[in-house]
Design a protein around this ligand. Structure first.
Ligand code: NAD
Length: 230
């Protein structure tokens, strides 16, 4: 089976009601990311950070996958599909995708604020001050904040290097190191970008830009790839 690697960003979840942040002028749901998504923000105001992610978790629990997420599941009929997502929501899993790597973490998990290896699933939307890890330290969201290392990047790069087809959906390609994944794919493989906006991408070989929203563009591409398969 050919290997399809899909890099997704906030745009694929936009039509499920989860806002991207570039689209609202650098804010994420009206918050400045410096106030809620950095280690410094956590040091300054843990309550505000927890409140922000609690609201994101509540939304994610209520959100449903859209035709963009669902079309990626159909691709698995004929391709070996790995999704590398920058999203912290769980909509790829809800849709039924079997192979999802969350390079920026997962909203439905908490981690120890002292040891990132202590990770715990959450079944409720609320994570409160006073909830502690087994070592007695406050729990924080299991997400990678701006300025923190991205441990999953090595695995994500290795997988992308081996791709036979690369699909990039709904990412402004502004957040590094994730955005650099498009450069590690082999030059000769077909690459597809699905995003309604013009993006500043230069020097990428064999790139087709499908300038549509994910709910239209992904099913259209999946249809072509499933028909092409032999
Ligand atoms: P971004 O906000 O920087 O860019 C969003 C991109 O999606 C833009 O290029 C925009 O044109 C495109 N887009 C908007 N609507 C779309 C649609 N309907 N279909 C397809 N594309 C659409 O997002 P990013 O590059 O993923 O970076 C944001 C970072 O913030 C990520 O690292 C992520 O961790 C975090 N984030 C996550 C979520 C989530 O989990 N749902 C939401 C917002 C931000």
């Amino acid at each position: 089976m050919k290997k399809v690697v899909v890099l997704t960003g906030a745009g694929i979840s936009a039509e499920s009601g989860l806002k991207t942040f570039r689209d609202s002028g650098g804010l994420w749901e009206k918050y400045d990311i410096n106030d809620v998504a950095t280690p410094e923000a956590w040091d300054r105001n843990q309550e505000l950070v927890l409140e922000f992610y609690n609201a994101r978790r509540k939304q994610a629990i209520e959100a449903l996958p859209n035709p963009g997420h669902l079309a990626l599941v159909e691709l698995e009929e004929k391709y070996n599909v790995t999704i590398i997502t920058q999203n912290i929501d769980n909509l790829h899993e809800k849709a039924g995708s079997s192979n999802v790597i969350h390079i920026h973490g997962e909203i439905m998990k908490a981690q120890s604020s002292i040891n990132p290896e202590f990770v715990y699933p959450l079944d409720d939307w609320k994570l409160n001050i006073g909830q502690k890890c087994e070592a007695g330290y406050q729990l924080r969201p299991n997400v990678v904040w701006f300025g923190e290392p991205v441990p999953m990047m090595i695995q994500a790069s290795e997988i992308t290097t081996k791709a036979d087809i690369l699909i990039v959906i709904g990412t402004s390609l502004n957040v590094y190191p994730a955005a650099g994944l498009i450069d590690v794919a082999k030059a000769e493989i077909p690459k597809y970008l699905i995003d309604p906006q013009e993006l500043n991408i230069i020097g990428i070989n064999n790139l087709t830009h499908i300038k549509k929203k994910a709910s239209k563009g992904v099913p259209q591409l999946a249809d072509i790839l499933l028909r092409e398969y032999n």
